[in-house]
Write a protein that binds this ligand. Structure first.
Ligand code: FES
Ligand code: MG
Length: 567
């Protein structure tokens, strides 16, 4: 067992005591005299995306033992998107703190992280970056697709589409019940290019996961072989002197590779927030202008929903991330070293390639306009983003009258009202749904089309908020407006009838109201009231949560907090 972790004053006694207690687990001296590999057990009965974690742990343990190490798994917080009130973003930082402190508190020479559902991969990487013990990631993998009356289905792009049909009356009660059993037909993560798929691919691209790991379906035998190989590699990492710590793998260049891949796969907008949070743990900020430039020059290559047609199992059969990396290798910094111990260039070359049509070449992309673009202007001084590939081309340059909803509650109460004064070329604005506003920056940026317009066949409108959007959704939707309304951002000053201008090509989001008028409005502004913020985690959250451009991390968890007032 690793020495030097004394906290009883007497180092010898401390080690003796640790040995005595760990021996109660039944380990022999021989077992304990080996590299110890911690494994984060992110299983939870609430988390179907992590249903296969016990099998994965068994395979990791096998790999660790085959390589001569001792595997020890330990629980961490686990979160499923559907069961994280108020939002999983609200608890992501809590999970990251749990991971950091448990990795640091317990003796281990390396740690295997098991991610999966949307917020878990970011939380694990954030915690691991801060603890900086040699770490390697594997994921639970995407679900296989379901099918309903001959139609292939996947969570949750099809969830929205079919629920929309149910709302519109073309799918009845009985059938929608039946469909609820078909959308998520097994263990694993949402199998479209949602946040889970995006973050798994980004994590592999930044070198934190062995090649191929992101796309292997949760139920495929390769998933377990990947886990076994991960366990084996963790033992080698435990013995290595350099190059295996998260801060050595997740360099600025590695993060740029992840940003490039996020654009090339048509990834979830949530990926931007999570990469920003991970970067903050490593001591730098994401260069959003750089990211925007990548968005201009990197078209969407992967034919997966919601931008394209396929699902993650199709990407797996097409060669997984490797097929993407090959096509953009000249745009990547391929001398980055990954957890495999090789460079990214060597990793790319080590895998075979074949003819397929899920991952397109650069000259024949799925969407030529690029993925996610950065917007700035007097409505979003610190930035906002739009997923261009999921937007309606004719709305990318638009000027319209604001129809303002002051909160999620206001939205729910009025959006479907026949009295709502709204036209198809108006701009829907949602305030107070950001990191502090809601709180937890919910995925409510996908504002529904007002019922009376939907009934006329209107499918898309420009929508603007400080909220996030599920990676599985689509539309002309401006997200992550910063500073958020509840933090005093100009978004909170918009009123019904103001003219709003969006120009994606120019990267501009403008409120056509004079500075004098905005200053006047600001005098009458007050932050929205919040309940139950006096104690507990929620108090910490409100005191510490940062805006979207800093990944909604807590300031004190950053390597270099922005508020430098010392204790
Ligand atoms: Fe877990 Fe979608 S709900 S990945
Ligand atoms: Mg999601």
């Amino acid at each position: 067992m690793r020495k030097g972790l004394a906290n009883y004053g007497d180092a010898g006694f401390s080690l003796f005591l640790r040995k005595a207690f760990i021996k109660a687990m039944g380990y022999s001296d021989d077992a304990l005299d080996r590299p110890i590999i911690g494994i984060t057990n992110t299983y939870s009965g609430y988390n179907a995306c992590h249903r296969n974690v016990p099998d994965i742990i068994e395979a990791i343990k096998r790999g660790v033992m085959l390589a001569g190490g001792l595997p020890i798994d330990f629980p961490t917080i686990s979160m499923h998107e559907a069961f994280s009130h108020p939002t999983s973003m609200f608890t992501r930082n809590l999970m990251s703190m749990d991971v950091e402190e448990m990795v640091r508190a317990q003796p281990m020479d390396a740690v295997v992280l098991i991610g999966g559902c949307d917020k878990t991969v970011p939380a694990l990487l954030m915690g691991a970056a801060s603890a900086d013990v040699p770490a390697i990631l594997t994921v639970t993998g995407p679900m296989i697709t379901g099918s309903h009356r001959g139609e292939r289905l996947g969570a949750c792009t099809d969830c929205r589409r079919l629920w929309g049909q149910h709302r519109g009356g073309s799918i009845g009660e009985e059938e929608i019940e039946e469909i609820s059993g078909k959308l998520a037909p097994g263990p694993g993560t949402c199998m479209v290019m949602g946040t889970a798929s995006t973050m798994a691919l980004c994590a592999e691209a930044m070198g934190m996961m062995l090649p191929g790991g992101a796309a292997i379906p949760a139920v495929h035998a390769d998933r377990l072989r990947h886990a076994e190989a991960t366990g084996r590699r963790a033992v080698e990492m435990a013995a290595a002197e350099t190059g295996v710590r998260p801060t050595e793998i997740m360099t600025k260049a590695a993060m740029r590779n992840a940003m490039r891949v996020l654009q090339a796969v048509g990834g979830s907008t949530n990926g931007v927030v999570h990469l920003a949070a991970i970067a903050g743990r490593l001591g730098f900020d994401l260069d959003m202008e750089d990211f925007d430039q990548m968005g201009r020059e990197t078209p969407v290559l992967v034919d997966l929903k919601p931008t394209g047609q396929g699902y993650m199992e199709d990407l797996f059969k097409a060669g997984g991330l490797n097929a993407v990396l090959r096509n953009i290798a000249h745009l990547l910094e391929t001398d980055c070293v990954t957890v495999s111990g090789r460079t990214l260039a060597e990793d790319i070359e080590a895998e075979p390639m074949w003819k397929q049509d899920v991952v397109r070449p650069l000259d024949n992309p799925i969407h030529s306009g690029g993925g996610i673009r950065l917007l700035r202007g007097n409505l979003a001084p610190n930035g906002a983003i739009i997923k261009q590939a999921a937007a309606t081309a004719s709305l990318l340059k638009h000027r319209g009258r604001a129809v303002v909803f002051t909160s999620l509650k206001d939205l729910a109460e009025r959006v479907d009202s026949p009295d709502l004064d709204v036209k198809a070329d108006d701009v829907l604005v949602l305030q107070n749904a950001g990191p502090k506003g809601a709180p937890g920056m919910p995925e409510s940026g996908y504002l529904p089309i007002p019922k009376k317009l939907a009934a006329q066949g209107i499918k898309d409108m420009v929508r603007i908020s400080d909220a996030r959007m599920s990676g599985t959704a689509f539309g002309s939707i401006v997200l992550h407006v910063s500073p958020e309304a509840a933090d005093g951002g100009p978004l909170g000053l918009v009123r019904d009838g103001d003219m709003v201008e969006l120009d994606v090509e120019a990267g501009r989001l403008h409120l056509d109201v004079s500075d004098e008028e905005l200053a006047e409005r600001r005098k009458g502004w007050a932050p929205p009231p919040h309940e139950d913020v006096e104690r507990g985690y929620k108090r910490l959250y409100f005191q510490q949560v940062l805006q979207a451009e800093h990944g909604c991390d807590f300031d004190f968890l950053r390597k270099h907090p922005l508020n430098t007032k010392s204790l």
